[in-house]
Design a protein around this ligand. Sequence first.
Ligand SMILES: Cc1ncc(COP(=O)(O)O)c(C=O)c1O
Length: 379
Amino acid sequence: MENNTKLIPFNLPMVVGNEAQYLQDVLKNKKLSGDGTFNKKASALIKERTGSLYVTLTPSCTAALEMAYLLIDLQPGDEVILPSFTFTSSATAIVLFGATPVFVDIDQSMNLDIDQVLKAVTAKTKAVCVVHYASTSCDLDLLRARLPKHIYIVEDAAQAIGATYKGRALGSIGELGAYSFHETKNVLCGEGGALLVNHPDLVARAEILKDKGTNRQKFLRGEVDKYTWQDKGSSYLLPELAAAYLLAQLEKQDDINAKRLKLWNLYFAKLNTLASEKTFQLPVIPDHNLQNAHIFYLILANPQMAVNLALHLKKQNIQAVSHYVPLHNSPAGKRFGRTGENLANTEHKAAALIRLPLFYDLSENEIEIISSAVLNFFK
Ligand SMILES: Cc1ncc(COP(=O)(O)O)c(C=O)c1O
């Protein structure tokens, strides 16, 4: 039977405020590169909200992660410990420098298993990359306390804008943090990201590395009369058009996250009655986090049930999707990486997880429709 209901997509990017006006302003200002006023305003806003020492907008979270590893001089022979359950960028940024990603397991909240991290530490460990899945985190104070002091903590906070750990902004806690503003994120500009530099020793070098290894930022501030090549570097600036769109979204960040949280809580209330080990598990939000409702996921009893539920929803024009394919089992993960202990949680949870539609313009009525469709599946 043909289904004539309107498609409920998994995600839809949105316009929330002054995007159109700010894009017009860029055209009027005739400043398109990454040094314009929208870049400055957007990075200043993130800095103010997070308390980070230095924030620079980047073309993506991937680029921010690459810049983070350039900044700490990651070298061939070094190792970085990270969860296997993450996006490829968390690992490609490491491999790009000839270093080895070391994959470990996740816990019940889908974040790094700290015991496994500690067992994976060797004399070669340069950094631990914590990936804040669905804007939740592992116990970052505990991790810092247990890790040898010279090991950097890099936060892959791609999904975590506006979320906190013990009241502190995720992304601002490790020595370095990276946000994503890809169109699938809570706050977006199509493609974009930010690097947060949270250690004073890394700040001065960051502004050189982002600008092709030059002291051009000093030149722009009138501190030197010519700019020259100073260090390693690349081009990590975000074009002004994207920064303008981003500023409009950042200005509405609290509204966006509040609206998403309302929708997330509605899902939780509807589905909580049926959640159990035998049917599905709902997201686990650790007490130390305030989340931003980036993802609403279900973990089914087994992978086949996840496939069947996604098909059941698809027949009703509802797009529900899986998430990361574990990196340690991927062709490149096997080639470039090393795998710690048994990654049982990663293997089970990754295969049995599906994400339900969640985006700013999703209506409460649509949440009702989706939740009912999920509940019917189990009847
Ligand atoms: C954990 C994580 N890190 C990094 C990225 C890459 O972000 P971007 O597309 O901004 O490079 C993603 C993308 O979804 C992600 O989920």
